[in-house]
Every structure is written in structure tokens, then in C-alpha cells.
Design a protein around this ligand. Structure first.
Ligand SMILES: [Zn+2]
Length: 302
């Protein structure tokens, strides 16, 4: 079994990829510093020669793979080591066969996170999860309607209250509700989707919270899709066609950054034939995403 020093020094690129990270544009193998987006940890810079990393989103730094897994997955050292030991690179370092059976979620949004069953709904924690969504800028009536439809609920894994979004195909996307930026996908990866009313205009965003915030701002939009990570992106066009069987308009409300532009372009290209018009609706200047914009509107206008 790989010891802690081996785990700490596992190759950064392999660890970042397994955490679901996507390497930032302009980063590259020849650079001393490389940069990844890991879920909402949007700028994890790693100094490659000594594995010192810094999460710019959270202003947290550390050294080596164990610290990083603890930060991104919001777990203790024991759980971080157990997670790292299941990576192929750790198995290779320890000279044991890689237990492939632990990786049914290889294609998941978590990008190779070991499979574990999603936590069950925790109705007693819903009040806290609901308050978090309101703080994030989602209108109360929308939160309640989506909750009533089963499209959002609370879970309490390991004693932490999370807000949970069930995904197409049985997976679950969860995120912390405090100052924590904890975010996790339970496999299988899939899109989140909620139809609030019949209609011909649907929004697609990167996260369910952004999609809900957008619905709150645009009452004529009938349904919301969230791609929930690159792993489920390929599923998105078929979900959209299902929502708009007779054609319609798909609003591309991805974040105002490079990753958002790339996703929007992918979706627009995938929908180019088939009667659905794709329109990019980039969050306006100063807002990184639609939840950000909605949360900063005066209360009276929500
Ligand atoms: Zn972070």
C-alpha cells in the first residue's frame, strides 16, 4: 500500500485530472506553473517542481496531493489518502494491481472519483439548504417549486448539510452551503434538468444554481438544464431536444469566462441542426455567472 509520502508526491496532472480538473487555457506541460479549474475552484495553480499549489478561488495553499484532495473534496487526511490510493498512479507506485472495479464512475463529473452511493434526502436539513439558495440569489418561489418537484433537496453526508441536485441517469450533484466551496458529483455523471412550465424557451447553464437564478430573472423561460461539468456535456443536446421536441430557443447562459464560452460553443454546434435556435446570453460585465448577478440585485426586484 502506498505510504503518505508517495501519495503526497503523486503526479500533479494525474491528481488534478482525477479530481475532475480541466487544465486552463495557456497552461501547459513546459511551464513551471500550471493551472486547472476544479469544479468551482476555478484557479488551482500548481508549481510543478515542488508541488506547491494555491487555490485562487478560496485563497488556500498547500503542498502535495493529500492537502489538495482534502481541500477540494472537503475530507480529512484519512479519507484523502484512501481516495488517492485508488488512483492508478498510486497502485503503480505501490506495485499492486489497480482495482478497476472501484472506478465505475471513471466518466463521472468527479472525473474518476471512487464510486460511493449518493446520500439520501434529509428533509430536516432542507430549511438550511433553502436559505443558502435564497442567499445565492434564487427566488424563493422558484426554490420551493423546484423542491416540490424533487429537483432539489438537502443531504447531510458526514454531518455536513449540502444542497443536492438529482441528475439524469441517477447521479447527484451536491455542494456545501456555508462559506465552503465543497462540491461533489455522485456517479453517474448527468445533466440536471427541471421543467417549471410548458414552453418553447429553455436555458442551459453550467450549474443548477445558475440555471435557477436565470429562471428567476426571465419568467418566459420554461425549463432549465445544467450541464454539471464537462463529463455530462455530451448528454446536454439530447436533453434539450427532449425539452423542445418541436423546436424552440435555447438560451446559452454559461459563465462569463473561457470555460463558459467553450461550453456555449459546443452546445450551439450540437444543436445547429434540428430546429432549436441557440442564443448565447453571457452574464453582463461584472458578473461571473447568473447567480452572481441575481444575488446582487436589490431585493425588491427579485
Ligand atoms: Zn478552493
Amino acid at each position: 500500500m502506498a505510504g503518505e509520502s508517495v501519495l503526497r508526491d503523486l503526479p500533479p496532472a494525474a491528481v488534478l485530472t482525477a479530481l475532475g480538473g480541466v487544465e486552463a487555457a495557456g497552461s501547459g506541460p513546459r511551464r513551471r506553473h500550471r493551472r486547472w479549474h476544479v469544479a468551482e475552484h476555478r484557479g488551482v495553480a500548481v508549481r510543478m517542481d515542488d508541488w506547491v499549489w494555491c487555490c485562487e478561488s478560496c485563497s488556500v495553499a498547500g503542498r502535495g496531493a493529500i492537502d489538495l484532495v482534502r481541500h477540494v473534496r472537503h475530507v480529512g487526511i484519512g479519507e484523502a489518502c484512501a481516495w488517492l490510493r485508488r488512483l492508478p498512479e498510486a497502485c503503480a507506485a505501490a506495485g499492486v494491481d489497480h482495482p478497476r472495479t472501484h472506478f465505475p464512475s471513471r466518466r463521472g463529473c468527479g472525473g474518476g472519483a471512487p464510486a460511493s452511493p449518493p446520500p439520501p434526502p434529509a428533509p430536516a436539513a432542507w430549511g438550511d439548504a433553502r436559505a443558502y439558495l435564497l442567499r445565492r440569489g434564487v427566488a424563493a418561489a422558484l426554490v420551493d417549486a423546484a423542491h416540490g418537484a424533487g429537483a432539489v433537496y438537502a443531504v447531510v453526508p458526514h454531518g455536513w448539510t449540502n444542497v443536492a441536485f438529482p441528475l439524469r441517469g441517477g447521479g447527484l450533484a451536491v455542494r456545501g452551503i456555508g462559506a465552503s466551496t465543497y462540491r461533489r458529483m455522485y456517479a453517474p455523471a448527468g445533466c440536471w434538468c427541471w421543467r417549471r412550465a410548458p414552453g418553447r424557451v429553455v436555458v442551459v447553464a453550467e450549474s443548477a444554481i445558475d440555471a435557477l437564478a436565470y429562471l428567476g430573472l426571465y419568467p418566459d423561460v420554461s425549463a432549465a438544464v445544467a450541464t454539471c461539468g464537462d463529463a455530462a456535456l455530451k448528454q446536454a443536446p439530447s436533453v434539450m431536444r427532449e425539452l423542445l421536441p418541436d423546436g424552440g430557443v435555447m438560451m446559452l447562459a454559461q459563465d462569463a469566462d473561457d470555460a463558459g464560452e467553450r461550453q456555449a460553443e459546443y452546445v450551439a454546434a450540437a444543436l445547429a441542426s434540428g430546429g432549436i435556435e441557440a442564443r448565447r446570453h453571457r452574464p453582463p460585465d461584472g458578473a461571473k455567472d447568473w447567480a452572481d448577478l441575481s444575488a446582487n440585485l436589490p431585493t425588491a426586484s427579485r
